[in-house]
Design a protein around this ligand. Structure first.
Ligand code: UD1
Length: 430
């Protein structure tokens, strides 16, 4: 008879884009444990002998209510077991602080496996600690699993590109979201046996929460509901654009930021542009004196004047939104303009036209089969790409394995790897 063992997994989250990628994995672990406790799922019989103890670690890279806590509530993520409280800093200071504080946790918890997601400083910092840790004289360390491996923009000026490459090269299990990731890893000499094409856990979250997000009242709070249902889009929503900008290369340099804002003037003259602005971006707007491009920042929640919605043709800046409100706003938007990585994927899945204000993308599938176009950061480039997306009837397909089952695939691979690891550490008699 098989005995059930316990394996300890430590999962890292740190910054906003991590939360929606980790949530489905945490849910899959919970579900597997519940099924195992009940022993009621014949489908899982014989598949895994592990009860998984999960320790959730939040590095605190993002710490505002709007950048962190609200996502835990929206995505049903349990309270972190450990909070490192790292906060902001330069790349070196932030990464070093994450590493120092995480090393103590790793030595105390001694997990069998570490899960890191995405490409933020927390991802690399924690992976690097785990790659060099030693729990005993034999050099025992946890397996390192990287979710969203293999993406490459081939632009090493992006801090995320450095984080991706280095994390992939210390990882033992690499979970890939799209075919380009398989090619990139092969080209870099990562053995195929470590690489698993599982799809996209961020899309697992989108599919799981889409209906709930539709119940958000954000469209009413922003006065975006069409009074005249026949004249708006099919769902009684006014035409509006949704804008996000936060990349240091776009917002930290005044000339580039100004070009982008000028490139958006034609759009903001034709429909309301809703702009939930990242704290970094809000700071830069104040610092560079770019306020003239925006209608007065409103805190929404009933404070906005409905007449201000696009009436003066300027960009309507609001505070960052939670997951469900943002998903609702994205689903109903006529067009999305962004420099985010994840939003290129989410709009592809939703079939919403997307203009990416960057010269490159690490997510080429969104351009190849999805609804995304790259505009660059010149005024004319942004104007042209926006026109093109509004004029053509954009249709896209959903990429392979973006089907809501990615976390489950990941868990199956993880359990298999844990079994192999256990077999090596404690040889099974006979
Ligand atoms: C980080 C990620 C980026 C991701 C983005 C999503 C890295 C290298 N970058 O960039 O890939 O797309 O998160 O938001 O990890 N701030 C606050 N409150 C917060 C968090 C940040 O005010 O809760 C402000 C601080 O002034 C901070 C600045 O935003 O200095 C930048 O934060 P940081 O975590 O360093 O990088 P992001 O630009 O958010």
């Amino acid at each position: 008879m098989e005995t059930t063992k316990t394996a300890k997994i430590l999962t890292i989250v740190g910054a906003r884009p991590n939360f929606m990628k980790a949530a489905p994995i945490l849910a899959a672990i919970r579900n597997q444990n519940e099924r195992q406790a009940l022993q009621a799922d014949p489908a899982s019989a014989g598949k895994s002998r592990f009860t998984l103890q999960n320790v959730l670690v939040h590095t605190g890279q993002h710490y505002d209510e709007a950048m962190s806590d609200r996502f835990f509530a929206d995505l049903n993520i349990p309270k972190p077991d450990v909070h490192l409280g790292v906060g902001s800093g330069s790349h070196a200071a932030q990464t070093a602080e994450i590493m120092k504080r995480f090393e103590e946790v790793l030595l105390r918890e001694r997990p069998d496996l570490l899960i890191v997601v995405g490409d933020v400083n927390s991802t690399l910092g924690c992976a690097l600690v785990a790659a060099k840790i030693s729990f005993d004289a034999k050099g025992t360390r946890p397996l390192i699993a990287h979710v969203e491996a293999g993406l490459r923009s081939f632009d090493r000026d992006m801090p995320e590109e450095i984080n991706r490459i280095l994390t992939d090269h210390v990882a033992d299990l690499l979970f890939v979201t799209e075919e380009s990731g398989l090619r990139n890893l092969r080209q870099e000499g990562v053995p195929d046996a470590k690489v698993h094409f599982v799809g996209n856990t961020m899309i697992d979250s989108l599919l799981a929460f889409k209906e709930q997000a539709n119940g958000s009242n954000i469209l009413d709070r922003l006065s975006l509901r069409s009074r005249n249902r026949g004249n708006g889009s099919a769902n009684g929503t006014n035409r509006y654009a949704l804008l996000t900008l936060h990349r240091p290369s776009n917002v930290d340099e005044p000339a580039t930021f100004l070009n982008i804002l000028k490139g958006l003037e034609e759009l903001s003259g034709s429909c309301p542009v809703i702009f939930p602005a990242h704290p970094r971006t809000q700071k830069r707007i104040a610092e560079f004196g770019f306020n003239q491009f925006f209608s007065a920042k409103d805190g929404i929640q009933g404070k906005e004047q409905s007449s201000s919605a696009g009436a003066n043709g300027s960009i309507r800046m609001i505070d960052p939104l939670g997951y469900l409100d943002f998903l609702c706003l994205m689903s109903h938007a006529t067009i999305v303009i962004t420099d985010s990585g994840g939003i290129q994927e989410e709009t592809t899945c939703l079939g919403v036209p997307c203009v990416t204000v960057r010269e490159n993308t690490e997510r080429p599938i969104t351009v190849k089969v999805g609804t995304n176009v790259l505009a660059g950061t010149s005024q004319e480039g942004i104007r042209q790409a926006t026109r093109q997306q509004l004029e053509s009837r954009v249709t896209g397909a959903v990429p392979e394995r973006w089907d809501g089952k990615s976390a489950q695939r990941i868990l199956e691979v993880i359990c298999h790897a844990l079994e192999e690891k256990a077999a090596k550490v404690v040889p099974i008699a006979g």
